[in-house]
Design a protein around this ligand. Structure first.
Ligand SMILES: Nc1ncnc2c1ncn2[C@@H]1O[C@H](COP(=O)(O)OP(=O)(O)O)[C@@H](O)[C@H]1O
Ligand SMILES: [Mg+2]
Length: 371
């Protein structure tokens, strides 16, 4: 049997470029070389697609010498990368499936997924809708809320509303949510632009800081929480992993804690009762189906220590995927090894692609109802 040619795409135009390179390095190392022929594709911070045998190591050292620049042939179904030579000739690289191991904007937000859809090529993970919804906190919350999945009380507004009437925004935050609150840019990740506000006079600065990253802002009541996460795998009938916990070192799980001098620790499986674990798994599956998740996602929930209520905070459609990241750790605790997870994700990518090629509209009476 011939090998499956997998283009693992990493790096990218996002603040999580470096984490993505590490995720891809681990993925490539774990992949069975008897089954897969791997084409590493690094995307530079300015958007160039580069390939070469040592692309991962070179990206880690910011050394791009000798790497070949390729572009995706967007002619529908051609499934190839084109390497345009300086002498005007070109070379084609055939690809069976793309594996975007990208985090954040231009990788996890539906944009590269849209490119793959236009080219009609198989790719792993969530599609355009789930990726773009998962990346946008206000949209995720509005959808969850509408579907009856509990979310922490929140307000949302845009830059225009702030510029027009900042006093009204402040008034509504203070009366409808009360302090302390979290201020977050809607379309971001890695805690970038997120602040916790305890005093009224800090509110304006925190909102203006968040507005540097997005024009839409989410304000959320700050609760005393435990952070419980669950990994999801699959397409229309996804499964949930054991639930894990992130025990935060500082005031909240901020960028520094995540990537610089992580004081937080993790516990997999989390120390919670089986009933609560089941509830979290069920809520996460419901949320995943609601946004039309595919392949994988990590669903992050907050447990309110005061009331015991579970809230879904966010759905990360391409969570950290190094061999020690929470996503694989939670599946490892559920009996699925890292390399097998990668096989499954690739299998689900092909399955989704084939389902799309059928172009049949079906109505399944026993299917899921969201409302
Ligand atoms: N409403 C809240 N109450 C308490 N802590 C929160 C709340 N919202 C966010 N946090 C803290 O801030 C961190 C980052 O917020 P999150 O919404 O997960 O943003 P990101 O998408 O950047 O990870 C969380 O992991 C948690 O520690
Ligand atoms: Mg988070």
């Amino acid at each position: 049997m011939s090998k499956t040619r997998v283009a693992v795409v990493f790096g990218g135009r996002s603040g999580e470029h470096e984490v993505s390179v590490v995720s891809a390095k681990n993925i490539i190392e774990a992949m069975d070389k008897n089954k897969y022929e791997i084409i590493p594709i690094g995307i530079t911070k300015d958007g160039k697609w580069l390939t070469g045998e040592k692309a991962i190591e070179q990206f880690q050292n910011n050394d791009y010498s000798g790497l070949e620049e390729v572009t995706l042939n967007t002619k529908s179904g051609s499934k190839e990368l084109i390497n345009l030579k300086s002498d005007g000739t070109y070379e084609k690289l055939e690809v069976d499936i793309f594996f975007p191991a990208l985090h954040g904007p231009f990788g996890e937000d539906g944009t590269i997924q849209g490119l793959f859809e236009m080219a009609n090529v198989p790719y792993t993970g969530c599609g355009v809708l789930a990726s773009s919804v998962g990346m946008d906190k206000l949209t995720t919350k509005a959808l969850l809320d509408e579907a009856g999945i509990p979310v922490i009380p929140y307000l949302g507004f845009n830059k225009h509303a702030w510029d027009q009437n900042a006093d009204e925004v402040v008034h509504r935050v203070l009366t409808e949510l009360e302090l302390p609150v979290f201020i977050k840019p809607s379309n971001m990740g890695s805690s970038v632009g997120v602040s916790k506000v305890k005093k009224k006079d800090e509110l304006k600065k925190a909102i203006e800081f968040a507005l540097e990253f997005d024009h839409r802002i989410l304000v959320e009541k700050a609760l005393n929480i435990r952070e419980l996460e669950c990994s999801i795998l699959g397409n229309d009938e996804p499964k949930a992993s054991r639930v894990g916990e992130v025990i935060v070192g500082g005031e909240f799980y901020d960028y520094k804690d995540k990537y610089v001098d992580g004081k937080s620790t993790t516990k997999v499986p989390a120390d919670i009762n089986p009933q609560l674990e089941k509830t979290i798994q069920a809520q996460c599956i419901k949320a995943y189906k609601l946004i039309d998740g595919a392949g994988l996602s990590r669903c992050d929930t907050f447990l309110d220590k005061a009331t015991g209520e579970i809230y879904i905070n966010e759905i990360n459609t391409f969570p950290g995927f190094t061999s020690i990241s929470m996503y694989p750790k939670m599946f490892e605790a559920s009996g699925i090894k890292y390399a097998d997870l990668i096989d499954e994700i690739i299998k689900f990518g092909f399955e989704k692609y084939e389902q799309k090629q059928l172009k049949k509209v079906s109505f399944d009476e026993a299917g899921d109802w969201f409302k």
